[in-house]
Ligand binder design. Structure first.
Ligand code: LRH
Ligand code: MN
Ligand code: MN
Length: 421
């Protein structure tokens, strides 16, 4: 990888240097130091979801690509490539039991690629072959105590695995809910969920956080136990200090103002992290920044505005790739998320505050757009070049022949785990 990155970069460095200098001059006229912004870009990181490295598919079909990862070790190899090319994805988020394997071996493989582990994800939305109780009618909120206990135990096991890997957070997303009015007692179902979450919280190590991830619908199509940020906030507040809310960008009703939700959760001290992706209709899990880049920018605008040592968030991607090479999609997404962060860092906040104070709506909004319209590509490219990553990650990855190489050793029929949501 190192050699191909170097040779591909050598072909592009002269153009980049000119572009970077020109942008530096332009930003200088705005009183912005390009080197400081580049340093921020270098400090950026977003975690890759292990389950995103395989082709996802829909409930209708899955069309596997060449060289699909067969297991967590192959997935970590793919994550290593993504990080080598972009220098923007230093961590991987695991999903259990999809990624169950010897933790010592997983850790060694991750270290080989210079990767760490972000939040662990539990899975009580599917039945596993060896499982005593089915989750068909729910898990943490099930009417049956033994089923709830099984789901609680699974979450505790995820924490234990995570501890051996150096993770320090657990994300809980459940599919529990109802498909018909009257199917469940909504209040009692939520009470049962809270009791289960309290049992998991009681097992949470002191230095860990637990994230409640809400989602408006699917797989339950009438009502969902943790359906929106209001319920998620209630959960985090009732559980305690180390419980926070996770915002998956695809889990809201169409047109919901997600950046305002972000602002409110920050205000409540309960924002824990993100699952980045993009969508046109629902939980489409499309590549970040491909449908609504301005919304992504506005989310980052809130985050940059609220930056403080106390706001330590888990930034993760959660996507499903159906028609692209997952490695390419994940690289593009990581870069788009980084781009939104860098653009949000260009907002002239004192100028904006002035327009807001004067109720100058037009100029306030123009101030945001000015940052959003700035083409920060040379900053991202230079940040990558300086740390030994690729100026052009996708073309460099293609030049490396990685997919064709792993295609030789990974059979096409392999199941990649996940990809159902
Ligand atoms: C649910 C979800 C959740 C799951 C992941 C696979 O739609 O966003 O985060 O763990 O997808
Ligand atoms: Mn998610
Ligand atoms: Mn989702």
């Amino acid at each position: 990888m190192k050699t191909v990155i170097e040779s591909e970069n050598a072909r592009r460095v002269a153009d980049l240097t000119r572009d970077y200098e020109a942008l530096g001059e332009q930003l200088d006229r705005r009183g912005i130091d390009i080197a400081a912004i580049k340093d921020r870009a270098k400090g950026f990181g977003v975690a890759v979801p292990s389950w995103g490295t395989g082709t996802g598919g829909t409930r209708f079909a899955r069309f596997p690509g060449d060289g699909e990862p067969r297991n967590i070790f192959d997935k970590l190899d793919d994550c290593g490539v993504i990080h080598a090319m972009t220098a923007a994805t230093p961590k991987v988020s695991l999903h259990i039991p999809w990624d169950k394997a010897d933790p010592a071996e997983m850790k060694a493989k991750a270290e080989e690629h210079g990767l760490g582990f972000d939040a662990m994800n539990s899975n009580t939305f599917q039945d596993q072959p060896d499982q005593a109780h089915s989750y068909k009618f729910g898990s943490l909120s099930h009417t049956d105590a033994a089923t709830r206990q099984q789901a609680v135990d699974h979450n505790i096991e995820c924490i234990e695995i995570g501890q051996t890997l150096g993770s320090n957070a657990l994300t809980v997303w459940i599919g529990d809910g109802a498909n018909f009015p009257g199917q469940t007692h909504m209040g009692q179902q939520f009470d049962r969920y809270m009791q289960s979450m309290q049992a998991i919280y009681a097992a949470l190590p002191e230095d860990w956080q637990i994230f409640s991830e809400h989602k408006i619908y699917e797989p339950a199509f009438y009502s969902t136990v943790v359906q929106d940020w209001g319920t998620s906030l209630m959960i985090a507040q009732e559980l305690g200090e180390r419980a926070k809310c996770l915002v998956d960008l695809g889990h809201h009703a169409p047109n919901v103002n997600i950046e305002m939700i972000v602002s409110r959760l920050i205000r409540a001290g309960k924002l824990g992290g993100f699952h980045f992706n993009d969508s046109k209709y629902g939980d489409d899990d499309l590549d970040s920044g491909t449908i609504e880049p301005y919304r992504l920018f506005l989310v980052w605008n809130e985050l940059v505005d609220a930056e403080s040592p106390d706001l330590n968030l888990a930034h993760m991607i959660d996507q499903s790739h159906n028609v692209t090479d997952p490695i390419e999609s994940l690289m593009i997404s990581a870069i788009e998320i980084q781009r939104a962060y860098v653009q949000a860092s260009l907002v002239q906040r004192d100028v904006l505050a002035g327009y807001q104070a004067e109720n100058d709506a037009l100029m306030a909004s123009a101030t945001l757009r000015r940052a959003f319209r700035t083409d920060v590509e040379p900053i991202l490219q230079m940040a990558r070049l300086e740390v030994g990553a690729a100026i052009d990650p996708v073309m460099t990855y293609r030049a490396s022949g990685y997919r064709a190489n792993v295609g030789q050793i990974r059979p096409k029929v392999s199941g990649a785990g996940g990809g159902i949501v």
